[in-house]
Structure formats: C-alpha cells, structure tokens
Design a protein. Structure first.
Length: 301
C-alpha cells in the first residue's frame, strides 16, 4: 500500500470533495495531502484536480486516473487484508511443547497472561522431557518450546527466560536429613530416584557433577517420568532425589521432604524458550516468550 498511498488520497479527495476532509480521514495534515498530490501530479505529468473556493474536483484526466487507481487500490487492500488474515489464522492456535517443570509450575500463569492479551488464541500444550521438546520444535510438531538446562540441539536458537535451582531432598527420617550437607562426591556415588534419560533435570545434575569432578556417577536406583512419583518415593524413604526447587517448595514447607545442601556443586540452571534456528517466533509465540521473560523466576542464590 505504500506506493499506492497517493492514489488512495486521490480517491478520498474525489469522494469527500476537499483535501481538508481527506486529510482528516487519513489522519494527516492538509499540507501533507497537498504535497503528496502535487508529487503525484508531477510523477504523472498530469493535473488531476481543479481547485476552487467551492472545493476540489477531478479534472477529466483525473477522473480517468481515479477509475484506474480504484481497481489497484482495492486489489492492494484485498492483499493486505488477506495477509493479515493469514497472520490471524496462524495466531489462532499456538502449539507449545514444554518440559515437565516448566509446564507444571510456570506455564499456567504465562498462558493466563497470554490469554488476557490474545483472547482469540488457543494453545495446544504437549509435555515431554527437554530432549523430546527439542525434537518437537525441530520437526515442526510445535511452534515454540521451553526446556531446562543446557542447549539441547545445535539447530535451535534459544532465549533464557528464567532461572531455577535444583534441590537435593530426602525423607525426614533419612540420615542426610540430620546433616548440614553432603559433598558432591558423596552425592555422585549415591543411587538416586531420578527422572528418565533426556530429562533436563537429570542432564543438568549429571553435567554439574562431571564439571565438579565428582565421578563416576552411580546409576539411578529408580527411574520415574513423573515428578509427583519421585517426590512420593523420596518422602517414603526409598532414596534421595534431586528436583527443581519449584517442584518441592510445598513439600519442604509441609515437612514431607527435607532439603540437604550440596557442597561444591552448582545446581542453578536456566530455563529457555527454543525455536528453529533463523526462524524467530512471531505473533502469539513471540508474545509468550516476552511474558515468560518478564515473569519467570530470576537467579536464585
């Protein structure tokens, strides 16, 4: 429409009968309208309007130009409306894949905030471990993903939206519950209740132990894909577990679980939005990333 804007003004002047009324309709000054029409006449080499105290009217040549311009302007508006409709249709359903921690403890309030801004957008949410989320985004099964821990695929771009901290938890009657903490080597040598392979929580813990030189890492005593199941097993005294601080805050407050400090280990991690490399999110997806970044938990000490 940018190149056709002078013709659009021409049609408005012809319909409304004055440059002043056309200027008001287009939200610009009368001087700007007059300058654009002069520029158009110069480009065409024609006088398209006759100006008089009674108003502005098309010349015979201007009437022909207006007839031809109307078809072009209408076609441009149809194009613009069609492109807008495509964007609206794309925003109508947003497919999001998220890791378990993000999906359970953060996404609900992010989606409520998105809903208040884009009432017409519906969200289809799938929950996986972080590796599977990356696969969904790369394959096109999801428009946007949220993962935990380190980068999961070279073909993904990411934006850190929040930070989280992993917490070692045990049952109140576990021997570690009465200690001031354990060191990284002791944790590495202990079979834990853990998430399945590919989980961001498990990957971050194993990487942190390796970076601290606390190897070899014992195989898990029990692998579970449910955070709730892991918390229940830890509370029953089956074994220690390492989970997101977001996931265990209620149990720590109630006394069902006890947090055990880990010496010499950085258990802070980042939570990131991911999308295919070179294809940044737009529309509702971009707005959801912005909401997450504004409201996600910050660095914890």
């Amino acid at each position: 429409m940018a190149d056709l804007a002078p013709f659009d003004l021409l049609l408005s002047i012809a319909e409304l009968g004055s440059m002043g009324r056309a200027a008001s309709a287009h939200g610009v000054s009368q001087a700007a309208v007059s300058a654009r029409i002069r520029s158009l006449e110069g480009a065409l080499g024609l006088t398209v309007f006759e100006r008089s105290p009674r108003g502005t009217r098309l010349t015979p040549q201007g009437a022909l130009v207006a007839d031809w311009a109307r078809a072009a302007v209408d076609a441009a508006r149809s194009l613009e409306e069609g492109v807008t409709a495509l964007h609206t249709a794309g925003d109508a359903r947003l497919r999001v894949a998220a890791s378990l921690t993000v999906a359970e403890y953060l996404l609900p309030r992010w989606l409520i905030s998105l809903r208040s801004r884009r009432a017409g957008t519906s969200v289809a949410l799938s929950t996986h471990n972080s590796s599977e989320v990356a696969d969904d985004v790369l394959s096109g099964r999801a428009d946007l993903g949220f993962v935990e821990g380190p980068r999961h695929a070279a073909d993904l771009d990411e934006q850190v939206v929040a930070h989280d901290r992993l917490t070692l938890v045990v049952a109140p009657d576990h021997a570690w519950a009465r200690r001031r903490g354990v060191d990284a080597a002791r944790l590495a040598a202990t079979p834990l209740i853990a998430r399945e392979s590919g989980s961001g929580t498990r990957e971050h813990l194993e990487r942190a132990l390796e970076e601290a030189g606390a190897t070899p890492i014992a195989a898990p005593l029990l692998e579970l894909s449910s955070t709730t199941a892991i918390k229940n097993a830890a509370a029953d005294g089956v074994a220690p577990a390492v989970l997101s601080s977001l996931a265990v805050s209620g149990e720590l407050e109630s006394g069902a679980l006890v947090a055990v400090p880990v010496r010499g280990l950085d258990l802070q991690r980042r939570l990131a939005a991911v999308w295919p490399r070179g294809r940044p999110p737009s529309g509702a997806a971009r707005e959801l990333v912005a909401i997450a970044e504004r409201s996600g938990p910050r660095t914890q000490r």
